[in-house]
Ligand binder design. Structure first.
Ligand code: FE
Ligand code: ZN
Length: 441
């Protein structure tokens, strides 16, 4: 297969922290006009025509620094040459073509056998030399819990209709195959075809959600994350991680740490040790913004999945405050919520101090689980709205973070509404490390 126009764009995320005053938060009662969260059929996404045609193409950053890209695709047959990616500089005449050889695998799941899954890493991509990492601007889109319903389709195409997005950070729950009998693996294939119009052309980086576990003892499928790990590769070794479920990447002026809610994280576990070392590596003069992705939210005032992120919050939150993490993005809850800048790290069992308090060194927590999957919207918020919650709404949509410079970023949340993406929530963020001032929406 051949991929042209693969130029690695300088991607810098700058994070600023949000500071929200202790006024009452907003529970939006917007009445959504949206496509239903009913599943699109398998027939909606047939395999492409043509002999041994490559399909489900997706690209993701292929190293820690942003000079490599992993190209992934699926083919029905494993033939000579079908594992080669040919690439060239977009402006060239094709005389300097290079080849990258893919790893090839296939997996079985119950009564399903996958096609041949190819992953090739192209390396030594060139930056725009006129831009230094620390000064790069970047537009990053966020969503999660996408699935493959008519509402998911609306979310994806709203995103694609806005040319501002340069990369996607996806916070888990991809295909929802396990909502179907025997975790119907054909839904992983249809999902790959569904997102290809975006994921083949700009890098999506992945965090794993509970729908990626695919653990099903009743059908003897007991290897957690088997389909996900086979289909979606990430550059975890480049950040000295021992698992694709937690890793980091740098994009322009942003350092992005991906964690796994569904892997051990207590003291002495690999993920815990890795994160401790990882936070020491972040050089804020190079990557001034620090963002964390984790599937299960720590601050969530929806009745769905309430408190599921609590034990991880207790484990890691002091480190996030100490290291001035700018934003934590989560999914899982199928609604939208943005927290104030708060922390809850003083509780020690006997002191009774277990209330979140305003904290200008703390991240803002954004739950962006509103991609539009088969389970529908999570429309039951706790009442009254807790003081840590700044804005919440039970609608589908996605978020955009525009890193402007070393100190400021503009964050917006776009609700799906009919055929256009409407901005429903926005805030100017100030980076915690350099400008820990209070922010207002
Ligand atoms: Fe979900
Ligand atoms: Zn989930």
């Amino acid at each position: 297969m051949e991929l042209s126009h693969l130029a690695l764009v300088c991607a810098a995320i700058a994070f600023s922290s949000i500071f929200v005053v202790s006024q009452a938060g907003i529970t939006s009662t917007h009445a959504r006009v949206s496509e239903p969260s009913e599943e699109m059929s398998l027939e909606t996404f047939p395999p492409p025509a043509g002999y041994n045609a490559p399909e489900q193409v997706h690209i993701t950053q292929g190293d820690n620094a942003g000079r490599a890209m992993i190209i992934s695709w699926v083919m029905p047959l494993n033939e000579d040459g079908s594992n080669v990616v040919t690439y060239w500089i977009a402006s060239s005449d094709g005389s300097d073509n290079k080849n990258a050889i893919a790893t090839t695998s296939s997996y079985r799941y119950f009564n399903y056998t996958s096609g041949y899954l190819h992953h090739a890493t192209i390396k030594k991509l060139e930056y725009d030399p006129s831009k230094s990492r620390s000064r790069c601007s970047l537009h990053i889109r966020y969503y999660s819990d996408l699935g493959q319903t008519y509402a998911s389709n609306q979310t994806l195409y709203n995103y694609m209709s806005n040319p501002k997005g340069q990369a996607v950070l996806f916070v888990g729950d991809l295909s929802y195959a396990d909502d179907h009998p025997n975790h119907d693996q054909r839904k992983w294939d249809s999902y790959g075809r569904f997102v290809e119009p975006s994921a083949a052309y700009q890098p999506w980086s992945w965090a794993a959600g509970n729908y990626e576990i695919d653990y099903a003892q009743s059908i003897s499928e007991t290897q957690p994350f088997k389909p996900y790990k086979n289909r979606y590769h990430v550059p975890y070794k480049a950040s000295q991680s021992t698992s694709p479920l937690w890793y980091s990447i740098k994009r322009a002026s942003t350092y992005i740490i991906v964690l796994s809610s569904y892997s051990a994280y207590d003291k002495y576990t690999p993920q815990n040790s890795w994160l401790q070392d990882e936070l020491k590596k972040v050089n804020r003069s190079e990557t001034s913004w620090l963002i964390v992705l984790v599937h299960a939210p720590w601050y969530n005032s929806n009745n769905y999945h309430y408190m599921e992120g609590e034990s991880m919050r207790v484990t890691f939150e002091p480190w996030f405050v100490e290291n001035k993490v700018d934003i934590v993005f989560a999914g899982h809850v199928h609604a939208y919520e943005r927290s104030k800048r708060i922390s809850n790290i003083h509780y020690n069992i006997t002191d009774g101090m277990s209330t979140p308090v305003k904290d200008q060194n703390a991240p803002i927590y954004i739950t962006i689980g509103d991609g539009g999957n088969i389970e529908g919207i999570a429309n039951s918020f706790t009442d009254p709205q807790p003081s840590y919650s700044a804005f919440r709404e039970a609608s589908f949509g996605h978020a955009l973070l525009e890193i402007k410079n070393r100190t400021h970023a503009h964050y917006t949340w776009h609700r799906n509404k009919e055929d256009e993406a409407v901005i429903a929530d926005s805030i100017w963020l100030k980076k915690r490390y350099y400008l820990p001032e209070e922010e207002t929406a």
